[in-house]
Every structure is written in C-alpha cells, then in structure tokens.
Design a protein around this ligand. Structure first.
Ligand code: SF4
Length: 237
C-alpha cells in the first residue's frame, strides 16, 4: 500500500473516496463538484487545460481562487493556443503551470527523426504529453479535466468523479454531463476566454500537426488525428 505524498491518504482511501464521490456527485452542479474537490484536496488538487477554452479553469477559479491550472506545452501547439494560455494567466484568478517534455522538438527529431507524429503518433504523444503529465501530477492527489460525454463515443461513459488507475489519482470531470450548448451558454454568460480557432472551424484543438477543422456532421473530435484509428492521446485512456 502506498501513501499519498502529503495528505496522509493511502491510495486505497483515495480510490474509495473517488468511487463514493462518483456516486454522490453524478447529478451535482459542476461548481459544486469543484467545491467538493477544493475542500477535499486543497492544494493537492489541480485543473488541467488544453486551452481549447477556459471553462473548467473559470469554474475552478470560482470554487478555488488561485487554483493550479496545468497546461502541457508539447512544442507543437498553434500560436492561438499559447495566446489563450497567456490570456488565461493574465486575467483569471488561477496559477498557470506549464509542463514541457524532456526533449525539445529539435532534440526529439534528432533522436527519432522528423515528424514522429506522422510515423508513430502514440510514441510522440507518450513522449510529449503522457510522460510530462505523469511527472507534473506527482504533486497532486486529484486532477480535473474538461472531458464531456457528448464529445465522442470514447468519452460517453466519463464519470464526474472517478479513479484514474493509470496515475493512481482522483480524476474529476465536472462538466462531463454538459453538452456543447451548455459550454456555449457558460462562455456567453461569463465572458470566458476561448481559443480563437474555435471560431475558425476547429471543434477540438490539439497539436497543430494532428488537428484539422471538422466537417459538417462530424463529432467534435473528428479533426484530431484524422484518417487514423487514434482518437485519444493517452491522457484519458
Ligand atoms: Fe505529437 Fe500529435 Fe500527439 Fe501532439 S498530438 S504529441 S504532435 S502525436
């Protein structure tokens, strides 16, 4: 049995906490879910954001002013995504933490060859997303994501609170039950920052080499790794 670094909770206790909260909070308001996370984990809780929009970061800042917002800078982001991160850091009551891979893109190219994302996107995501996130989450017992059930079939069963067995953390998805219309309404009501690419035909924003605009009738994530069987980067699998 491993004990979590500073809270004194064991992994078994964290997992039981996650499973109980998943049942108790399934129908809870997103803000209440985040208030529960803030009260339960305090500084051992963070939000991760791809900077597609700042909805969850905004909600979390209301529940937990100054909350850590973790952003993975893969080195392949659109300039608009980096600009959204900088704007979030400038105007919201959050502490943006940027994680970077161990290698720059140039160093990765030197070791693995150019455009690893085209030849082996799973390895590229493992090096530039999964590993940095695992290392970055070491300081936390719980993390929040912006996953929504309506985004794609692979996300249809996303729990509001669940156990992330891969990282042995509590995983909170406060807007899991929201629809795109709910997101749009929240953005409009609160003037939340969004990535400008969302106004330019992109429904889901990831790394530039692996993201295209979506076509009429496609689900929101159809523009990610288009033409490949890959649908997730490994952060949520
Ligand atoms: Fe590499 Fe593409 Fe994954 Fe980004 S999304 S880490 S460029 S494979």
């Amino acid at each position: 049995m491993t004990t979590a670094a500073t809270t004194g909770r064991t992994e078994d206790e964290l997992r039981e906490l996650a499973e109980q909260a998943g049942r108790d909070l399934e129908d809870a308001d997103a803000l209440d879910v985040l208030r529960w996370a803030a009260e339960t984990f305090g500084p051992r809780f963070c939000v991760t954001s791809s900077m597609e929009d700042a909805v969850v970061a905004h909600l979390a800042s209301r529940a937990f002013p100054g909350v850590d917002v973790v952003f993975l800078d893969t080195g392949y982001h659109f300039p608009e995504t980096i600009g959204t991160r900088d704007a979030v850091a400038a105007v919201m009551d959050v502490n943006v933490i940027t994680l970077t891979p161990r290698q720059t893109v140039a160093e990765q190219d030197a070791e693995y060859g150019d455009k690893l994302h085209d030849r082996d996107p799973d390895l590229c995501c493992a090096l530039r997303k999964v590993k940095p996130l695992e290392e970055g989450l070491r300081n936390y017992d719980a993390w929040a994501t912006g996953l929504r059930r309506d985004e794609s079939p692979t996300r249809a069963n996303t729990p509001v609170v669940g156990w992330d067995a891969k990282r042995r953390k509590v995983k909170v998805s406060p807007i899991a039950r929201w629809t795109q219309a709910d997101v749009d309404a929240y953005v409009a009501e609160h003037g939340v920052l969004t990535n400008p690419l969302l106004m330019d035909g992109y429904a889901s924003v990831g790394c530039a080499p692996c993201t295209r605009r979506v076509l009429e009738g496609e689900d929101a994530r159809a523009g990610r790794w288009a033409g490949r069987a890959k649908t997730e980067c490994g952060l949520h699998g």
